[in-house]
Design a protein around this ligand. Structure first.
Ligand code: ADP
Ligand code: FDM
Length: 188
């Protein structure tokens, strides 16, 4: 019998929803139960493309909107061969943001750019304003209506432990289902 492939588990949501906290907890819990799991995050700021993105997010450089969108996309594609290899080896990938952030953040940009500009009090990076995050939230709500993607909506306004318990159960189910399915591609 061949190696059973891993699952691609993506946590999406607005800034500070708890994605990073939950990704770490999930990887640990999966490993504790004897499953192979690794965490990844996007943007991956360690690559050359990732450094261009990081500089843009830190407002150290400006990039035209389409250009930065394609850099985020390229930053995912450059990891795809490695991701496929790991999935084929039976390693489940727990990913902190993926292509859904790409769609949600870029498409949220035409929403009230004047209102968003200059609002502080959230974080220092580009996009870290409550008005912009609300627009992103609305875009995520549209994206989850796509039945071709196996979305699960998690109420993140509970304790870290409660959220973790739900994500762990859903992930274990997803891993069991993925084992018997070929590796597909998103939005194809
Ligand atoms: P994200 O990766 O979505 O931006 P983080 O995991 O970095 O979010 O969490 C942002 C902050 O909120 C951190 O200080 C984290 O400890 C805290 N946090 C995460 N989940 C919860 C939760 N369920 N309840 C209260 N605080 C949380
Ligand atoms: N982001 C992230 C995008 O705009 N497009 C993308 O494709 C991805 C993956 O970059 F504001 C945004 C989302 C967020 C920022 O911040 C990255 P974190 O704190 O590293 O997640």
């Amino acid at each position: 019998m061949g190696v059973r492939r891993g699952a691609l588990i993506v946590l999406e949501g607005v800034d500070r929803a708890g994605k990073t906290t939950q990704c770490k907890r999930l990887v640990q819990a999966l490993r504790d139960s004897g499953k192979e799991a690794e965490m990844m995050r996007f943007p991956d700021r360690t690559t050359m493309i990732g450094q261009l993105i990081s500089s843009y997010l830190e407002k150290k450089s400006n990039l035209e909107d389409h250009t930065v969108h394609l850099l985020f996309s390229a930053n995912r594609w450059e990891q795809v061969p490695l991701m496929k290899k790991k999935l084929e080896q039976g390693i489940s990938l727990v990913v902190d943001r993926y292509a859904f952030s790409g769609v949600a953040f870029t498409s949220a940009k035409p929403v009230n750019p004047a209102e968003v500009a200059g609002r502080g009090g959230f974080g220092d990076e580009r996009y870290e304003t409550s008005v912009f995050q609300r627009a992103v939230q609305q875009k995520f709500e549209q994206l989850i209506k796509d039945p071709s993607v196996n979305w699960k909506v998690i109420d993140a306004a509970r304790s870290i432990e409660d959220v973790h318990t739900e994500i762990k159960t859903l992930s274990e189910n997803a891993i069991n289902i993925a084992e018997n399915q070929p590796i597909g591609e998103l939005w194809k």
